[in-house]
Design a protein. Structure first.
Lengths: 120, 110
């Protein structure tokens, strides 16, 4: 059974870069057909799709975040990562990684999520 | 891309049925049969309940069903149980190969 686990700093200063990694176990990020996604949820608010990466390195991002986001994949470590630049308090959220079946917004499974707070 | 529109809250008594709507546009919900529904309990990650508008993962109860008409998708829960109390989110594939979520609906079991 595929499992995903997010890791990274829980506190980031304003204007700096938020960096998170998702480690995949029980399966391979190199599996064809699956896309590997990041989704976030500000406290008390709804879900927001950030973007995805395919094992080949092909990416697609939410237009509202595209200028600040980079998602990368390391097939040798079976991980994929999120970098979000120039963060502000509005980027404070629980960040989830998830597998997307076919790149069509069908997310299963999800990681447990990690809270990232942007504050000085 | 704008978020899909869901009611902020719905409620029902045990044993009853409820329906949650999810309204988008012809560029997302209406244009593709790729609508998913997620259940989220407090402090937990979302769980996939419905995909491809009407399909249900094997581990999900058949009390959950999905449908779509035009630009609006719906999630119906029959035989409400206390454990169904949670937040529910819809999502849809959208043009330019992106994904958009609804704002979420809080289900209260009375």
């Amino acid at each position: 059974q595929v499992q995903l686990q997010e890791s990274g700093p829980g506190l980031v200063k304003p204007s700096e870069t938020l960096s998170l990694t998702c480690t995949v176990s029980g399966g391979s990020v190199s599996s064809g057909y699956y896309y590997w996604s990041w989704i976030r949820q500000p406290p008390g608010m709804g879900l927001e799709w950030i973007g995805y990466i395919y094992y080949s390195g092909s990416t697609n991002y939410n237009p509202s975040l595209k200028s600040r986001v980079t998602i990368s994949v390391d097939t040798s470590k079976n991980q994929f990562s999120l970098n979000l630049r120039s963060v502000t308090a509005a980027d404070t959220a629980v960040y989830y990684c998830a597998r997307d079946d076919g790149g069509i917004g069908e997310f299963d499974p999800w990681g447990q999520g990690t809270l990232v707070t942007v504050s000085s | 891309q704008s978020a899909l529109t869901q009611p902020a809250s719905v409620s029902g008594s045990p044993g009853q049925s409820i329906t949650i709507s999810c309204t988008g546009t012809s560029s997302d919900v209406g244009g593709y049969n790729y609508v998913s529904w997620y259940q989220q309990h407090p402090g937990r990650a979302p769980k996939l309940m419905i995909y491809d508008v009407t399909k249900r993962p094997s581990e999900v109860s058949n009390r959950f069903s999905g449908s779509k008409s035009g630009n609006t998708a719906s999630l119906t829960i029959s035989g409400l149980q206390a454990e169904d109390e949670a937040d529910y989110y819809c999502s849809s594939y959208a043009s330019t190969s992106t994904c958009v979520f609804g704002g979420g609906t809080k289900l209260t079991v009375l």
